[in-house]
Design a protein around this ligand. Sequence first.
Ligand SMILES: NC(=O)c1ccc[n+]([C@@H]2O[C@H](COP(=O)([O-])OP(=O)(O)OC[C@H]3O[C@@H](n4cnc5c(N)ncnc54)[C@H](O)[C@@H]3O)[C@@H](O)[C@H]2O)c1
Length: 475
Amino acid sequence: MDFTGSAFVIGASGIGKACALAFARYGVRGIVIADLTLKAASAVAAECKSQAIHPDFLAEAVAVDITKEESVHQAIAYAHQVLGRIDYAVNSAGVGVQLANEIAEASVSEFEKMFKVNVTGTFIVTRALSALMKTQDPVPVDEAVPARGVSQGSIVNVGSASGFVATPGMVQYTAAKHAVIGITKNAALDNAKHGIRVNSVCPSWVDTPMIRKAMDDIPELGEMIQKAVPLGRIALAEEVADAVMFLSSSRASYATGCNMILDGGLTRYPRIPSSPSLTMAPPNNNPNGYYVESFPAPGLRQIVRHITGLNEQGKSVFLHSDHGDHHRFMVQNQAISNLLYSTQETPVDLNNNIDIQKAKEKEPPFHYKSGSIVRMIDFGPGVESPLHRAMTIDYGIIVEGVFELILDSGEKRIMRQGDVSVQRATAHKWVNVTGNGTLPGRVMWVLLDCKEVVDAKGEKVEGYLGSLQEHYEGR
Ligand SMILES: NC(=O)c1ccc[n+]([C@@H]2O[C@H](COP(=O)([O-])OP(=O)(O)OC[C@H]3O[C@@H](n4cnc5c(N)ncnc54)[C@H](O)[C@@H]3O)[C@@H](O)[C@H]2O)c1
C-alpha cells in the first residue's frame, strides 16, 4: 500500500487500533489517534511510533467525544494542526448492544444511546471531516497515473454487516448500522465533486474488546459464531484494517459510497439462531443428517402464540403475539422444544400480568409443582425420546406428523394429527414415525401436577426422565 499522507483515526481499541497500527506500518507520514479515553489513544500513538516505517513519523493523541460537536471540531482542528492535512480519516468509535430484547420489549433509552454514538456521532464526524477536507488542496492520487485524478481526502466509517441484515433482539444496532450506511452513501454523493471519497467497511463478528464482552455475557456466542459464519471463524481486527487500508489508498481511487461487507460469507447465507439464549450443540453423531438450528425445525410451520389480557378500560385485548419462549435444542440438535406457557402455581395470579413476566423470565423444569406447562417439541425424522415417567397428568396432542406412543408394558398406539393421549403418570416414550422416519413431526403437551401415585401393591410410583434429565438440570 502506498501511503504518502497523514491519517486521523477515531477509536483506540479493537478495529480503530488495528487501523492506526496498519497506517503506521504502511508508511503514513504522521497520525493522530482520538478516543473518549486519552490514555488509550496515547498508548496506541506510542505503539504506532514503534512500528512506523516513515523516517520522520509523528504520532499524537487527543481526547474526543464523537457525540459532541465541539469536541469533534477541537479534535479535528488539533489533528490538522499537528499533521498539516488529513488525507485518510477513519471513524471506528462505536458502542455495542448492552440490552438485547425483542422489539416489543426493546429499551427506548438504549435505542437513543446507541443512536447518539453510532449514528449522530458518525454524522458529526463525517460532517466535520468533510468541511475540513473541502478546504484542503487537491493532491494527485497517483503521480504516475494522472487519469486517477486528485484527492482532497478519504473518510472510512466502520459500519457493520448489521447495516444489511437484521439480528433478532438487536433492533437498535440494526437500525443504527443501516443509518451509518445511509450517512456514508449521502456523504459520498455530496463530496464527490470535492475530491473526497467516503466509504465504509461492514464486518460481522470481529475479535475485539467489544465482542469479547458480549462473549462473557453470552457464553455460547463463540461457538455460535463458528457455526454461523461460512468461513467458520471470527474476523481478526487486522483483517478489517486491511479493508480500511484498501479503501483509504490510491488503489481505491474509484471507490466512493461503497459499503464493503466483510463477514466471512455470513450475510450470503444467514443462519443466525433466533435467540442468543439458545443452547447450541455440534451436529455430531447425527444418524440421519437432520439438523435443527432454530424454531421451527426445518419442514415444520412457524406458529404464533397470542396472549390476551385486560386493558386500562377493562376490555379484553391481545397483549402480545410471538412464537413462544425458551427454545432449547435436544437430541444432538435433532429436536427443539418451545415453551408456549408455564404457570408456577394454582390458582394462577394474573394480576399486573405477573404470570406473563414469570413465564418469560424463567425457563421451567419438566413440570412445576402445582403449576402447568404447555410445551411443544419439534422432532427430527425418526427421533425417539427415552423411556420416561413424569409425575403429572399430561395431555399429548399431535400437531404435525405421525407418532408411535409406546408404554413400558410394550403396548403401543399410532397417533396422527389431532390425536390426543392422556398420560396418567405412566412410563412411555415417543417415536416420530412421520413418512416412515423421513420427515419431521411436532407434538404439544399440557402438563399438570398430580398427587402422589401408588401402584396396585400400595408402593409409591417414582418419576424419572432418563436422558431427558440433562435438558432440565438445574431448573
Ligand atoms: N467487534 C465487532 O464484532 C464489530 C462488528 C461489526 C462492526 N463493529 C463496529 O466497529 C466499530 C469499532 O468497534 P470495536 O469492535 O473496535 O469496539 P471497541 O469497543 O474495541 O472500540 C470502540 C472504541 O470506541 C470508543 N468510543 C466509544 N464511544 C465513543 C465516543 N462517544 N467518542 C469517542 N470514542 C468512543 C471506545 O472508547 C473504544 O475505544 C464500532 O462502530 C462497532 O459497532 C464491530
